[in-house]
Design a protein around this ligand. Structure first.
Ligand code: ZN
Length: 219
């Protein structure tokens, strides 16, 4: 799919340990195993600062739920420490990775003026990339203070809910081919459609639209 004008340059980590010297070929393998057509990122930066090309910038990435269109994804290898284990994301980029990231981001900003530099966690529920990218980038490039507003995930809705968020969800379900009324009332028919939608998308089919279902529904 052709990538839209770039609004966000999104930094990630690979959620691998600092002593694992991985590169784009390894990440591509991991992503193909997850059913992606190619590595989800546009760039991968190795521990030694080598920048490797992932998918072409002109092709939409697969790196942020709901925000793949109009974004460029950069993944710095690392983000985990043996001492803290797999559930604690940290900023353990090497100096070489930081320098390479700065060069790459500046180059991308020159080609995509107006794009915002953000972290994956600014766009969705994740720790990735383990640090506050906007304040880091503001310290690197004081002139470019980012004014991005974090997109809001709508509130959780379930059977009995009503109002604009229900209508929005129904509208999205209709657009995906589920035959329901768009009346703003979360009844049994909507609930059944939500379960179907969840099953079709590998989500827990509980009939409740929480952050994960919203993320897929709004994508
Ligand atoms: Zn990420």
């Amino acid at each position: 799919m052709r990538n839209a004008p770039v609004r966000y340059i999104v930094l990630h980590y690979s959620a691998t340990y600092a002593d694992q010297d991985l590169g784009v070929a390894d990440i591509r393998k991991m992503h193909l195993a997850r059913g992606f057509r190619d590595v989800g990122y546009h760039y991968v930066i190795k521990r030694d600062g080598t920048v490797e090309k992932g998918r072409p910038d002109s092709v939409t990435g697969a790196h942020v739920a709901s925000h793949n269109t109009g974004t460029i994804g950069i993944c710095c290898i690392g983000g985990l420490e043996r001492a803290t284990g797999p559930n604690v994301g940290v900023d353990n980029r090497t100096d070489a990775q930081k320098a390479a990231t700065i060069r790459l981001v500046r180059d991308l900003l020159a080609r995509h003026p107006g794009a915002q530099v953000v972290g994956h966690r600014d766009l969705g529920p994740t720790q990735c990339p383990g640090f506050d990218v906007r304040s880091w980038w503001a310290s690197v490039d004081p002139g470019s203070a980012s004014t991005v507003t974090t997109p809001e995930i709508p509130p959780t809705i379930r059977r009995g809910s009503s109002g604009q968020h229900v209508a929005n969800a129904q509208h999205r379900l209709l657009a995906r081919g589920y035959a329901i009324a768009s009346d703003g009332l979360f009844g049994p028919q909507t609930e059944a459609a939500v379960r179907q939608f969840q099953r079709a998308n590998g989500l827990v089919a509980d009939g409740i639209i929480g952050p994960r279902s919203w993320a897929v529904l709004l994508d």
